[in-house]
Write a protein that binds this ligand. Sequence first.
Ligand code: ATP
Ligand code: MG
Length: 339
Amino acid sequence: MTHPAIAAHGLRKSYGDKVVLDGIDLVVPEGTIFSLLGPNGAGKTTVVNILSTLVSADPASGTIRVGGHDLDAEPQAVRAGIGVTGQFSAVDGLITGEENMLLMADLHHLPKKEGRRVAAELLERFDLVEAAKKPAAAYSGGMKRRLDIAMTLVGSPRIIFLDEPTTGLDPRSRHTMWQIIRELVTGGVTVFLTTQYLEEADQLADRIAVLHDGRIAAEGSAEELKRLVPGGHVRLRFADPDAYRAAAAALHDVALDDEALALQIPSDGSQRELRAVLDRLDAAGIEADELTVHTPDLDDVFFALTSSTSTGSGTGDTADVPSRPSNPSQSDQPKENVR
Ligand SMILES: Nc1ncnc2c1ncn2[C@@H]1O[C@H](COP(=O)(O)OP(=O)(O)OP(=O)(O)O)[C@@H](O)[C@H]1O
Ligand SMILES: [Mg+2]
């Protein structure tokens, strides 16, 4: 009988009259990676803070269980089973990396010897052995991030919250982090991850939820979410504003990005469709400075679902997808007219 690692129903949170979470449902099965995506200020950190007992949900929320324990009734039991790596570092810069690790071991009441063993093992695993005796203030951003996550693992938590774990990491460190996260999950750990990198969610997550306007705008596997976006597009960029405007007039069904002088035309990327676009440009005597063919990815889903609060340059680049109820995983998704 396994219960989900995380189950929240009708999760609500307001600050003053600002509604941050307007009743969201989350279910994360044990041993899986769940990724919460959303633009800045969407409420990702708020969700992490609530689920990890750092902040309380509004009383109007439904039940929230983490590790099988009710968040309200048994916060201590919840805390004992989780690890949290916050968006902002918990590393103490005045002491060394090793001392940070040993401090965590103490917090988890590990016996001294065991604490040293765990600290040494994690420092090794996160490639911090050389730096272990240096004050953490002297670490690079990526090293601090690695130390931060290593500290989270000291208590061998079964559920880990990682709030933007790879922000600021270089590509190699990011891949190393992904590998570590995958290994954790292989060992049965559940990972709740927020990220700004859609590729990260694509790479890692079993399920992804997009948070927007206080609700889950869409939820599903990466493949399911990509299917919400009807297709790829051809993007044409112009150096000359006149050519840009002429092309916009010559082509059908275009989305305009006035700032970038770029046009997007929905396209399946086929030779036939591409030729049709180019023929129309030729006929109008217009030449684009740059042409790219784009197949749908999570970025498209993200932009389509989170457009209404985007900075909104131009007119048509952002999509007009109504927020949808959670659980769109059923395959009968209506095709959204996103562009
Ligand atoms: N303690 C607080 N008091 C008042 N407002 C808050 C508090 N904490 C968060 N908020 C507001 O709640 C909203 C969601 O913030 P949150 O930090 O959860 O967003 P986020 O999705 O993590 O954003 P980011 O991607 O920038 O990290 C924001 O509008 C923020 O200003
Ligand atoms: Mg945040």
